[in-house]
Design a protein around this ligand. Structure first.
Ligand SMILES: *[C@@H]1O[C@H](CO)[C@@H](O)[C@H](O)[C@H]1NC(C)=O
Ligand SMILES: *[C@@H]1O[C@H](CO)[C@@H](O)[C@H](O)[C@H]1NC(C)=O
Ligand SMILES: *[C@@H]1O[C@H](CO)[C@@H](O)[C@H](O)[C@H]1NC(C)=O
Ligand SMILES: *[C@@H]1O[C@H](CO)[C@@H](O)[C@H](O)[C@H]1NC(C)=O
Length: 438
C-alpha cells in the first residue's frame, strides 16, 4: 500500500516537473549549432541553419519567458539575404547576438536573387533583438560596383510591432544600415553604426510610414543621413544620439516626384553633431504636397558642423525647380543649440514663396565659427520666424509675415537648463501648500 502511494506520488512529481520544464517557465533556448548540418563545417554559408532556427523560434509557444535564439560571442556565421517572416506563435521572441554575423564578401556570392535587404524582419511582433555582437555585410564591395538603387539595406524591419533592438554594432552597410518601414512601437538603443564618411547612401537609420518609434543613446558614423524621418511617420523621438561623420538628422526628403508626404510630432533632443555636413535639417522636394509639422530640435551640440540648421523647401537635387507646389513646413522649434560651424551660413531657411514656412521658433542659439574671428550669417526666405536669444542676425525676405519679428536680441543665450533634483514635496503641491498653512 505504502509502496503504491509512493509510486503514485513519484508519478505526479515527474509529470508536474516535466510540465513545468516544458511550459511552466516556458524557457526554450535555441542555438544555431542545433541546426547546422555536417556540410556546414566545410560550407561557409549558414543561411539554411538560420532559416531553420527562425522557423523553430517562430513556431514555439511562448511561456512566461520568450522563446530565444542565442548566438554566443565565440560564434561567427555567414549568411546570404535572410527574410525572417512573422507572424509568430509566441507574443514575444528573443534573439541575442553576441557573436558575428557576416555576409559573403563578394557581390556575386550574395546569390542570383539579390534582394533589397540583407537581414529583414517582416510582420514580427514583440521581438527583442539584442547583444553585443557585430553585423557585417561587407558593403564596400557594393559601393563601387553596383548602382545606388540596386544596393541592399543591411537590416530592415517591415510591418513590425513592439520591437526592441539594442546593443549591436553594424559595419559598412551596402546602403541604409537600418530601415524601419510600416512599423508601430519600436525602441532602438545603444547601437553603433559605422561606415566611412565617403561611403555612398549609407544612412544610419531611415524611418518611413511608422509611428511610436524611439532612437536612443546610439552612435552613428556613416556617409549619409544619421537619421532620416520620411513620409508617413509620426511620434518619433531621437534622444542622445551622436552623429558624425554624416549628413545630420533629417526630416525628409518629403514630396518627391509630386508625392503627398506627412511627418509630425518629432522630437530630436540631446544630440551631438561632429564634423557632419548638416545638423538639423528639413528637406522637401519642389513640386511635392503634404506637410512637416510639430518638430522640435532641442539641446543640440555642434562641433564643426557645416550647416547646423537648414530648412530647404526647394529641394530638387540639381534638377529643374518648378516651384508649382511645396510641402508645408510649420511649427518647428530649434532651441538650445551651441557649438561651432564650419561654413559661413549657419542658418538657412529657404522656403517657398506660396506655401512658406510658418511658426519657425529659434531660441537660445549660440553658434560660432570654427575659424577664428569669422562672423556667421543666416539666409532666410519666406519664413515666419520667431526668435529669442539667437547670436546670429536673421532677416527674412518675405511677403507673408504673419507676426512681426521680435526685435533682434543681443542678450546672451542662456545655457541649456540642467535637470534639477526634485524639491522635497514637489510632486504634491496640495500637500506642500497644506504644510505651508500649518
Ligand atoms: C562558446 O561559448 C558558449 C557559451 O559561452 C559555450 O557554452 C561553448 O562551449 C563555446 N563553444 C566553443 C566551441 O568554444
Ligand atoms: C511597445 O513595445 C514594448 C516592447 O515590446 C512594450 O513593452 C510596450 O508595452 C509597447 N507599448 C505599446 C503602447 O504597445
Ligand atoms: C517623446 O518624448 C515626449 C516628451 O518626453 C513624450 O511625451 C512622448 O511620449 C515621446 N514619444 C515617444 C514615441 O516615445
Ligand atoms: C557662446 O559660445 C561661445 C563659444 O563657445 C562662448 O565663448 C560664449 O560664452 C557663449 N555665450 C553664451 C552666452 O553662452
Amino acid at each position: 500500500m505504502k509502496i503504491k502511494m509512493a509510486f503514485e506520488l513519484l508519478f505526479w512529481v515527474v509529470l508536474i516537473a516535466s510540465f513545468c520544464l516544458q511550459y511552466g517557465d516556458g524557457r526554450m533556448t535555441l542555438s544555431i549549432t542545433d541546426f547546422l548540418s555536417d556540410s556546414d563545417n566545410t560550407n561557409a554559408d549558414h543561411s539554411q541553419a538560420f532559416q531553420d532556427a527562425w522557423k523553430a523560434l517562430c513556431k514555439a509557444k511562448g511561456g512566461k519567458e520568450a522563446p530565444s535564439l542565442i548566438i554566443h560571442a565565440n560564434e561567427t556565421y555567414t549568411v546570404r539575404p535572410q527574410l525572417f517572416q512573422g507572424p509568430c506563435v509566441s507574443r514575444n521572441l528573443h534573439i541575442r547576438i553576441d557573436g558575428t554575423i557576416e555576409a559573403p564578401k563578394t557581390v556575386r556570392e550574395w546569390g542570383s536573387q539579390r534582394s533589397e535587404y540583407w537581414l529583414c524582419f517582416e510582420r514580427v511582433t514583440g521581438l527583442v533583438l539584442d547583444g553585443s555582437g557585430l553585423l557585417n555585410p561587407h558593403g564596400a564591395a557594393w559601393w563601387s560596383s553596383v548602382a545606388a538603387n540596386s544596393r541592399p539595406e543591411a537590416m530592415r524591419f517591415s510591418g513590425c510591432k513592439d520591437i526592441i533592438y539594442n546593443g549591436l554594432t553594424q559595419l559598412d552597410s551596402p546602403k541604409i544600415h537600418i530601415a524601419i518601414s510600416g512599423c508601430i512601437n519600436a525602441t532602438l538603443s545603444n547601437l553603433h553604426l559605422i561606415a566611412p564618411a565617403n561611403s555612398p547612401n549609407t544612412d544610419g537609420i531611415d524611418i518611413s510610414f511608422s509611428h511610436n518609434i524611439r532612437i536612443l543613446s546610439s552612435s552613428i558614423k556613416t556617409g549619409d543621413d544619421c537619421v532620416a524621418i520620411r513620409g508617413g511617420s509620426y511620434d518619433i523621438n531621437v534622444t542622445r544620439v551622436t552623429c558624425g561623420p554624416g549628413h545630420g538628422i533629417s526630416i525628409g526628403s518629403l514630396g518627391r516626384e509630386g508625392a503627398t508626404d506627412t511627418v509630425q510630432n518629432v522630437n530630436v533632443r540631446h544630440c551631438t553633431f561632429t564634423g557632419t555636413q548638416n545638423g538639423a535639417r528639413i528637406k522637401t522636394w519642389d513640386g511635392g504636397r503634404g506637410f512637416a509639422k510639430n518638430i522640435l530640435y532641442e539641446d543640440i551640440t555642434l562641433i564643426n558642423a557645416q550647416f547646423p540648421i537648414i530648412i530647404d523647401q526647394h529641394y530638387c537635387n540639381g534638377g529643374h525647380c518648378t516651384t508649382a507646389t511645396a510641402v508645408k513646413v510649420s511649427d518647428v522649434t530649434f532651441r538650445y543649440f551651441k557649438g561651432t560651424c564650419a561654413d559661413a551660413i549657419a542658418i538657412k531657411l529657404d522656403c517657398d514663396q506660396k506655401v512658406g514656412c510658418d511658426n519657425i521658433v529659434m531660441e537660445h542659439i549660440n553658434i560660432t565659427s570654427s575659424a577664428p574671428k569669422t562672423p556667421l550669417s543666416a539666409y532666410c526666405q519666406f519664413a515666419n520666424v520667431i526668435r529669442r536669444f539667437v547670436n546670429i542676425p536673421i532677416r527674412c525676405g518675405s511677403h507673408k509675415l504673419l507676426q512681426p519679428l521680435a526685435p533682434y536680441s543681443d542678450q546672451p543665450p542662456s545655457p541649456y537648463p540642467q535637470p534639477q533634483p526634485p524639491a522635497p514635496h514637489a510632486q504634491s503641491s496640495m500637500f506642500s501648500s497644506f504644510l505651508y498653512f500649518m
